[in-house]
Design a protein around this ligand. Structure first.
Ligand SMILES: Nc1ncnc2c1ncn2[C@@H]1O[C@H](COP(=O)(O)OP(=O)(O)OP(=O)(O)O)[C@@H](O)[C@H]1O
Length: 302
């Protein structure tokens, strides 16, 4: 473990009866980075976080939080956590709740500063139980960051939030990362990972499928999307070399290819009347879908 590592799983294995939730996962979280943990339902994201938090124990492999066992209080004091469900006292006012949680930490962030950063200043006098789902998520975020964590775990934090609240939470995450806080974020919103993450780890069926920057992940699926208006027959184009797929949708011909220039040249030669040509790199969503699809196909073949 070097001094930039704040948490890690080393060939971590977790089984629930006959089901293998994590099958030898290596995962490193570095100081001051935002790491997005992606993967379809049941991929093992929450299990990985629960291991890093010391809520469950691995059946094999190792878990370290700041170089320590994650159940050690010295390690736990340095983290903040926002899980998918939170059981907080419904009758306490938001301000009371915030002061209570702040009192557990040796060097908490200021009360007003925490409230402003999490966007809960206007909720401080309201009982927690009377808040909407999205407002409760904002309060949970305030509680997660009030202790000045060096590492923050956010498990699908923006679920149920409106666009404005989501944008504010993104801004707050960026502020925390700029201050040097590491963030582990799980999300099903790929645009969230694309907008925020320095590094992305994709899990699938208990394995790490891919690890790298958003760009690295996109490059693993080096497809471009070509869209144009043309009378060319989609089926005939689909049979051209280097064309991954060609379909006709909404009057447009849509082509996926890894050899953009060659295919565009051939298109223009084949149809001089072709117009409205658009070329786009595949986004994270396509890369992610492709990766998880590939793995499912490999597993079926095995
Ligand atoms: N306590 C448990 N008992 C039995 N099986 C479990 C338990 N917790 C998780 N699992 C199983 O382990 C696998 C991984 O679950 P996990 O919750 O880590 O997935 P996830 O990637 O977080 O999914 P989601 O996106 O749906 O939250 C799933 O097949 C799940 O059903």
């Amino acid at each position: 473990m070097n001094d930039t590592t704040v948490a890690r799983l080393v060939t971590a294995m977790k089984r629930y009866g006959p089901l293998t939730a994590l099958d030898g996962v290596d995962l490193t979280v570095r100081r001051g980075e935002l790491l997005a943990l992606l993967g379809p339902n049941g991929a093992g994201k929450s299990t990985s976080i629960s291991l890093l938090l010391g809520l469950i124990r691995p059946d094999a492999g190792r878990v370290e939080l700041f170089g320590l066992d994650p159940q050690r209080i010295e390690a736990r004091r340095r983290i903040g956590v926002m899980l998918q469900s939170a059981n907080l006292p419904a009758t306490l006012r938001v301000g009371e709740l915030l002061r209570l949680i702040m009192s557990y930490y040796p060097n908490p962030r200021g009360f007003d500063e925490t409230a402003a950063l999490a966007g809960v200043t206007d909720l401080l006098l309201r009982p927690y139980g009377k808040l909407s789902g999205g407002q409760q998520r904002r309060v949970q975020f305030a509680l997660a960051l009030c202790g000045r964590p060096e590492l923050l775990f956010l498990d699908e934090p923006t679920v149920g939030m409106d666009i404005d609240a989501r944008q504010k939470l993104w801004a707050a995450m960026r502020t925390l990362v700029a201050e040097g806080c590491a963030v582990v974020l799980t999300t099903h919103y790929l645009e969230e990972a694309e907008a925020l993450a320095q590094r992305v780890v994709v899990l699938g069926q208990g394995h790490v499928l891919s690890e790298g920057s958003v760009d690295d992940l996109r490059k693993r699926v080096a497809l471009t999307r070509i869209r144009c208006v043309s009378d060319l027959d989609a089926e005939a184009v689909a049979a051209w070399p280097d064309v991954t797929s060609a379909t006709r949708e909404d009057g447009h011909l849509r082509i996926a290819t890894a050899k953009t220039e060659a295919v565009v040249r051939r298109l223009l030669d084949a149809d001089p009347a072709l117009c409205e040509l658009e070329v786009q790199r595949a986004g994270l969503a396509e890369a992610f879908t492709e990766l998880t699809r590939e793995t499912a196909a490999e597993q079926e073949a095995a």
